[in-house]
Design a protein around this ligand. Structure first.
Ligand SMILES: Nc1ncnc2c1ncn2[C@@H]1O[C@H](COP(=O)(O)OP(=O)(O)OP(=O)(O)O)[C@@H](O)[C@H]1O
Ligand SMILES: [Mg+2]
Length: 206
């Protein structure tokens, strides 16, 4: 199924910089929006239903799982998070470009549900730099950092299944690369045909 909006899926091992890159992209690009997940966890602070998350009760979440409503879902520290197929479909069918940050398994499941999804993998420039980013970020214990690094080898081995690869060495360069991927999708024939219909018409292209 061809939708007027694009679905971009960004994966990377922990610490490679996906959240930082996606945040910078979304600040620059008003046409691109973050995908909104469903979660069973309670709203925190100023979080609003339908903005940060769709908040669901355990029963509502169960019913969605049973009804195959999620492209993928996972249990993280006792709370469940899921990506609703319908929520994405609605937004890309209205022409929005949606960006989803997710682990590689989730990314491959998204590709099964949305064949036109654009899969982007972010690599760190080296193991040393990946480790030092996790250390400098200062969010995780030494033990958690070791676990993240152990998982990274297996995660990075999945890069061949992705459409695009960005090596996040110089941040500005990596952001440029991500913007280029997004921009290139918008220049595809079908997208231009929709976005610039009147130009095609005035050029008598039928
Ligand atoms: N190009 C870069 N050069 C130096 N530091 C960077 C670069 N890109 C990101 N960082 C830093 O590296 C750290 C990890 O980045 P970030 O939190 O975005 O990673 P992530 O891929 O989202 O990890 P996680 O999967 O754990 O959420 C952050 O402190 C961020 O500021
Ligand atoms: Mg992150």
């Amino acid at each position: 199924m061809d939708y007027p909006g694009n679905l971009f899926v960004v994966s990377a091992p922990s610490g490679a910089g996906k959240s930082t890159l996606v945040k910078a992209l979304l600040e620059l690009d008003s046409q691109a929006h973050r995908s909104i997940s469903h979660t069973t966890r309670a709203p925190r602070g100023q979080e609003k239903h339908g903005r940060e998350y769709f908040f669901a009760s355990e029963q509502e979440f169960d019913a969605m799982v049973a009804g195959n409503a999620f492209v993928e879902w996972a249990n993280v520290h006792g709370n469940r998070y899921g990506t609703s197929k319908k929520a994405i479909e609605e937004r890309i069918s209205q022409g929005a470009d949606i960006v989803l940050e997710i682990d590689f398994q989730g990314a491959l499941q998204i590709k099964q549900a949305f064949a036109n999804a654009v899969l982007v993998f972010i690599l760190p420039p080296s193991w040393e730099e990946l480790r030092s980013r996790l250390e400098r970020r200062g969010e995780d214990s030494a033990e958690v950092i070791e676990r993240r690094l152990r998982n990274a080898a297996h995660e990075m081995a999945q890069v061949e299944k992705f459409d695009f690869v960005i090596i996040n060495e110089m941040f500005e360069r990596a952001l440029f690369d991500l913007k280029a991927i997004v921009h290139a999708q918008r220049l595809k024939y079908a997208a231009q045909r929709r976005a610039r219909a009147s130009t095609f018409e005035s050029l008598n292209i039928t």
